[in-house]
Design a protein around this ligand. Sequence first.
Ligand code: NAD
Length: 290
Amino acid sequence: MESRISGHTKLYCLIGSPVGHSGSPAMYNYSFARTGMDAAYLAFDIPLEQTAEGVAALKTLGVGGFNVTMPDKTAVAGIVDELSPAAKLIGACNTVTVGEDGRLTGHNTDGVGFVRNLREHGVEVRGQKLVVLGAGGAATAICVQAALDGAAEIAIFNRKDEFYPNGEHTVEKLSQAVPACKASIAPLEDRAALEQAVAGCDILVNATKVGMKPLDSETLIDPAWFRPGLVAADTVYNPRETRMIREAQAAGCKAAIGGIGMLLWQGVAAFQLFTGKEMPAQEVLEKFFS
Ligand code: NAD
């Protein structure tokens, strides 16, 4: 690293709180080195109440771009000069690019990463019916990107918690902005409606915390609902294979796709936005995500 840092080295970074556990610095610094870029990536712990100051400081320092993690994603979307169409609909951004003139553009690569991960497994969302479990940040990004990429129907199921109104808001936004995609929401507690929706969909997505440690022994889906024509996809990547994914595989589903690829491909999309270059995805996957 020392031999790579010069007086011209461009700085990129992650902001959010906490950031200490993040794998992003290792992934980006490796990719900068492999693509011959004079650039370095650091992580800065910026609590929510200091988001505006933090972003102003990054602007002053002339960073090349930055990623944003929780809890700053929504606040940053309200600060940047412009938003990509997806980030605008999602209302949150995880990647900010800096133009020649210093203008900040907010993007959201979570949904892009999810859709790309499906594609890498031979699954396209265009024309498909999705059931999405969840109405938080990841679910919203997935619903918006899938709708923008031509999904025919998106049925959201969420428990009646504080995220439910967010799901209703997503349905309203999609109905306005992407009317060709039929969006709906129903309570997760309505198991009969969920069973029926799963029976009629092409792609089932878990974008809740169920399946993630410490909820790793749980699943929201009755394994009897799986069938060979169904694609099951999880956002959870810790553990790599959730109970839902294991049960979908065992039931012979067309594809059972874990969440680690979404994490990789959202990073690849951000790297492309920052540098215009392809991250060495396969190497990064083997080195940092296996
Ligand atoms: P969030 O806090 O914004 O939303 C949490 C969601 O989980 C809500 O819909 C909530 O209702 C639901 N939920 C929580 N506990 C539940 C329970 N016991 N039963 C039913 N529903 C429950 O979180 P988020 O950022 O949207 O993350 C959601 C999941 O997506 C997490 O598992 C996270 O690891 C994963 N994720 C993965 C990636 C990736 O790159 N693979 C990126 C972001 C998030």
